[in-house]
Design a protein. Sequence first.
Length: 278
Amino acid sequence: MRAVHPLVAPGVRFLRLVGAEPWQVVVSHGVLGVAAAVLVATPAPGAWVAAAVLLQVRTLLDNLDGALARVTGRVTELGRYLDTGVDFLVNACLFVALAFQGPVVAAACAFLVLTFVLSYDFNAERLYREAHGETAAAPPAPGPSQSDSPAPRPAPGWTAPRPAPGSPALRAFRGLYTTLLAPQDRLVRGLERRLLESAAEAPLEKVSAEKRRSWWGIGSTAALVNLGLSTQHLVLGVCLVVGKPFAYVWLVLAQGVYLVIVLSLRYLLHRRRWRSAT
């Protein structure tokens, strides 16, 4: 991300100069992602290197679309859902391509694990901001500070403005989010609530603000948000360059184990600390 961040500001200036719309940037990095998936499915090391390069270019564009929308005042509900939906579809295409390089069941399981890890990544940041009083009325447009997070889908509980009627794209991508991603957001937030209540041995309403800030602290949050989409594309790119694309599948499955370890350690440490304090 240190390599990507310095490119965001000049990238936005260039996009404004050529008159690019944020949605065009989203569609462009979606096309690059699908093209990378096609190359991943091709059993040729040269194609894999090209796919790795496309994925890094896609990462840059994925960091530019929201920044461009914010700078130009063109943050829209369609843009939020479109970015989320495109990322989801590109990930699906990439894992279909990886299924050509190894066991299909492993690739399918890894796709499900990655989707859940990215949901935890997104919600961990949102919960941290809420606990520390940084929540805005609506989620900010993605910028450099959010670039390693999954697509900035609307925050749970945020009521979007009524969309313009007759927008098939908005209905389609909002439906994709509502059907596939919103349930995961609710699952993550529900799991977080139950873990906190169990560790604190009290209902959430009676858990102090200090304990909430400790539970959603910088340590556990950083341990999760560093698994964002930019990191995923970088790791997959390395696997492609060294000629072991399917190794990424095993690494994603390992991330599922890592997630369980992080959550378990946080739970045990906080429960022990709070019990000893009473």
